[in-house]
Design a protein around this ligand. Structure first.
Ligand code: ADP
Ligand code: MG
Length: 617
């Protein structure tokens, strides 16, 4: 049934097995005895398919298995080791049903281990460990059971017990027992091979056992077996894993918070700039810097896309407004930063829109500045004086406040009818409209129109004038510098993540080195290399996933906290940060990619793991 054909094994050119040939039956108890170091274990490892580096052949049911040794060992071989080779970070039950992690199957199982089912592996006695190793071998439905010194660490009473159990097993399958204790195996074996210096010296045959049918072991299918193994492995070094999760969470949180904050800040700054320089504003000038006429400005106004035009009289400097009209006093005048914006789209809080040139409306914040402690309604229909300076001559124009808008403006703002101040200044300083000296005008366009489109149109219509977007370069510059700041922030936080991820790689590498023997045991009980690779990979993914989950929760909490705090501290101009799903998705997927890369060294290590060397470790 099982034929060992001319097997030779060398360690560094020294022959450990020298042309060994055996012909073994389908069932029965075969003993291989011989002094320590004669090559018994080496022969057993070769028969078991875990040592694949040998000359010669193994035939199972007349067919050579050399080309598919892993398949053969997974399907047909079971092991009982002298040192038991149990995995400490698995439960008793998981140790016994180990082969089930790597094989498909279904059904029920009935294991008689209730007496120590719930004990920790590390607290088991020698006899109990022996029993688990035996149960594990029986649980695996193999045709051949290989036992390397199965009684080596037991007292005579327990040794007999185990030999009896193995004898029982040998009625259903082939049991090969390696031992240096000839007296013990003589009592149980059907055949005995004696080895010396890597050669078979003698062969004794006592009796032939009748063939019986293999016992069918009912088995229980495990759900996500490799995921469970990786989870058990993760739990076996809790401290280290928690530290990793903690570090990774912090670096995730750092990058996500900095990016969210910088993005929020940029929006806020852009909004602020927009409140100072509306994006609907176009400036115009004659190419030859000739003075603009009021007629030309009014002509532009007739276009449907333009809501308002305004001529700037740079020589008439606007000093601000106050309630005193007789004598200019700097301290009693409120400086007006914006007096040219259109007001058609703005909602009124109280009062009405200007009907006459001497009527104005002011923004809510400006009204508050003017009224100080008094109620806002006292301002309505009150006279205010606007002060202008022309060539050292400071004069005032009387206006009436007829309305208050609902906005809070960054600069103090008043609104009036188009070019009203020019009409009024004309009377105060006594000049003719024809004499107006101004080479700069402003156009405010309708919200529904594109600024660049209108500029194109205007340039075509009025080739003698140049039209420019107001504030475009400022916004662009700020956007650009924010972008640069963001790149620097990203690089730094990216480095933090990178180092944490490579730390995972490092820790996992240490981990697999520490667990190499356990991995070798798993290989003996049916694990393929890719099973082990998956376990390692799953473990690191579990760490990254936990960190990501914690980070997402913290991110949410932190955002609400920052929003509440900024609302309380900064009131009007508060920063509102929103939960950035895209950013999370980007950072998390990038981190998964990096984890795969950082896992290459441990994966490579597992892939090239030498099973025999690891078992002896
Ligand atoms: P046994 O099980 O009969 O005590 P082994 O099969 O373990 O003996 O070893 C047989 C011989 O092979 C010994 O001389 C041992 O020194 C040698 N040997 C075993 N493993 C290695 C190895 N990894 N490198 C070099 N020599 C080895
Ligand atoms: Mg040995």
């Amino acid at each position: 049934m099982l034929q060992i054909v001319h097997i030779t094994k060398r360690y560094h050119y020294q022959k450990v097995l020298d042309d060994i040939s055996l012909d073994l039956p389908k069932t029965g108890m075969i003993a291989i005895v011989g002094p320590s170091g004669c090559g018994k274990s080496t022969l057993l490892h070769i028969i078991g398919g875990i040592d694949q580096d040998f000359q010669g052949d193994i035939k199972w049911q007349e067919r050579s298995v050399k080309k598919h040794l892993s398949h053969y060992s997974q399907k047909h071989i079971g092991f009982i080791f002298q040192q038991f080779h149990l995995i400490m970070w698995l439960s008793v039950h998981q140790n016994i049903t180990m082969s089930q992690f790597f094989q498909r199957g279904g059904g029920e199982e009935n294991l008689d281990i209730d007496d120590f089912q719930n004990l920790k592996m590390s607290s088991l006695s020698l006899g109990q460990r022996q029993r688990i190793a035996y149960l594990r071998a029986c649980y695996q439905p193999s045709d051949i059971l290989l036992c390397d010194e199965p009684t080596g660490s037991l007292d005579p009473v327990h040794a007999d017990e185990v030999m009896n159990l193995l004898k029982e097993e040998s009625k259903r399958r082939l049991v090969i027992v390696v031992s240096h204790d000839l007296k013990l195996v003589e009592r149980y074996s059907d055949e005995i091979y004696t080895m010396c210096d890597g050669k078979i010296e003698s062969h004794q045959c006592f009796r032939h056992t009748p063939l019986t049918q293999n016992k069918i072991v009912s088995r229980h299918k495990k759900i996500f077996p490799l995921l469970r193994l990786s989870w058990m492995s993760l739990k076996s070094h809790k401290g280290r894993s928690l530290q990793l999760i903690f570090g990774l969470t912090i670096s995730f949180l750092c990058i996500i918070m900095t990016l969210t904050m910088s993005r929020g800040l940029e929006t806020q700054i852009q909004n602020y700039i927009y409140s100072l320089i509306p994006s609907s504003c176009i400036s115009f000038q004659a190419h030859n810097h000739q003075s603009l006429t009021l007629d030309f400005v009014n002509e532009l106004q007739s276009q449907p896309s333009i809501t308002r035009t305004q001529l700037y009289l740079q020589e008439y400097e606007f000093l601000g407004i106050g309630f005193v009209g007789e004598r200019y006093q700097d301290s009693q005048v409120l400086f007006i930063g914006d007096d040219a914006s259109p007001y058609q789209d703005i909602q009124l809080d109280m009062g009405q829109y200007p009907q006459e040139d001497h009527e104005i409306i002011v923004s809510l914040s400006t009204a508050q500045h003017l009224c100080k402690d008094e109620s806002l309604s006292t301002l309505l229909n009150k006279k205010v004086y606007a002060w202008y300076q022309y060539q050292n001559e400071v004069k005032s124009i009387a206006y009436q406040v007829v309305g208050i808008t609902n906005q809070t403006t960054a600069l103090d703002t008043l609104y009036q009818r188009e070019n009203a101040y020019i009409h009024l200044l004309k009377d105060v300083y006594q000049f003719d409209e024809k004499d107006i000296q101004s080479d700069l005008g402003m156009i405010y366009i309708h919200k529904d129109y594109q600024r660049s489109e209108i500029i194109k149109e205007l340039k075509k219509q009025y080739p003698d004038y140049k039209f420019l977007e107001v504030g475009a370069t400022t916004t662009q510059n700020i956007s650009q510098s924010m972008q640069q700041v963001r790149v620097v922030l990203m690089i730094f936080s990216g480095l933090a993540i990178l180092s944490s991820l490579f730390l995972i790689g490092e820790v996992m590498f240490l981990n697999v080195i520490q667990k190499k023997k356990d991995f070798a045991i798993l290989i003996c009980f049916g694990a393929r290399r890719w099973h082990l690779l998956k376990i390692v990979l799953f473990e690191s993914l579990e760490i990254v996933l936990s960190a990501q989950m914690i980070c997402t929760g913290l991110y949410y909490q932190l955002l609400s906290l920052v929003n509440v705090m900024s609302q309380e501290l900064l009131l009007n101009n508060h920063l509102t940060l929103s939960f950035d799903y895209e950013l999370l998705l980007f950072v998390y997927s990038a981190s998964f990619l990096l984890v795969f890369i950082s896992q290459l060294p441990p994966l490579l290590y597992v892939f090239r793991l030498n099973t025999i060397a690891a078992l002896k470790d």
